[in-house]
Design a protein around this ligand. Sequence first.
Ligand code: NAD
Ligand code: DAU
Length: 362
Amino acid sequence: MRTYLVTGGAGFIGSNYIHYMFEKYGDDIRIINVDKLTYAGNLENLKSVEGRDNYTFIRADICDEAAINKIFEENEIDRVVHFAAESHVDRSITDPNVFVRTNVMGTASMLAAARKAWEKPDGSYPEGVKFLHVSTDEVYGSLPDDPDAYFYETTPYQPHSPYSASKAGSDMLVKAYMDTYHFPANITNCSNNYGPYQFPEKLIPLMIHNALAGEKLPVYGDGKNVRDWLYVGDHVRGIDMVQEKGRLGETYNIGGHNERQNIQIVKTIISTLREMLPEDDPRREHVTEDLITYVEDRKGHDRRYAIAPDKIRAEIGWEPTVFFEEGIKKTIQWFFENEEWMKNVTSGDYEKYYEKMYGDRL
Ligand code: NAD
Ligand code: DAU
């Protein structure tokens, strides 16, 4: 039975990945989820897998090399799928060092531990072991408003925010391990994800939450920055496909050609909420475009991201399957059905975060 060590599995994409893997492989795989449980890690995301014999949760910091070494010593790990990171750009602007620590140093310690466990005295690696590093399109910087400009795997790195710089640093370390030690790895660079379990600091869940609560919808700058949105289910399927079919040492960009301006996203959320809320739901009163409030722009705000997924399509046969209009409905439906989840994550520390981030802007 193949054993996966998943880092950051209690976060948004990691928990979607764990659900996907158990749905696909059932009892044929084992997953060990290593997560520090920062504000972004939530075991409620994994309630339905907790009782499985082939699932283990270990609370640990990826920067704690001794703890990570111990996990490798006590388990025969075939695959590492490395999601754990500080992931929110705005937080990286107010507190950059925690991003350097987790994203750079944490990845360094994961790489060192995996190499220690896997590398044989002759420098080779056992058949089938692999480290998949989950990264972002933000490492490539910002594109002009030219519809023919895309991020390719060959696009030079030009990160701007402390978040993307720290992710670029982590990618470089993985590349260095591949070049220096022939370390068996792949890197995936994906565009913006949305879907179930996303923490409401990110654009889509924040707008859904605020609109339903009748709170202002803070749109940064002129609202015309472009992001390339991918339903999280398509991303996690791509990660699995890259592990199965990706050539060792290669990078694959993942994205679904779904570029939208932020203001378009916000307006689509409002119209979809209005379409989906029952006729007699009192929230219909306030879910209107009147809530949209333009606020001071994000510092160093990247203008446009757009992935060219040509390589993953041609080599691996991956295609997105959920288009935005359907994906946003599925996401809103999930939030309707999980009001308690939203209530839990937006109490306590979230309120302090929201006040700090938006208090002076709104
Ligand atoms: P998230 O913030 O929702 O989850 C991050 C998880 O990592 C949390 O469970 C957190 O507790 C854990 N974590 C943080 N620091 C840790 C540490 N020091 N040790 C152990 N665990 C720690 O993030 P996400 O949106 O699910 O992103 C997952 C990965 O995917 C990240 O590497 C991110 O850079 C990448 N990515 C995200 C997106 C996106 O749109 N969200 C797009 C492309 C790539
Ligand atoms: O591109 C992939 C990246 O996408 C991931 O690597 C990051 O982990 C993930 O957080 C995401 O980064 P963004 O900065 O693009 O996502 P965010 O949801 O924070 O913002 C999306 C856009 O919406 C961005 O242009 C900023 C804008 N925005 C965001 C928030 C939170 C607003 O206008 N208002 C807001 O309140």
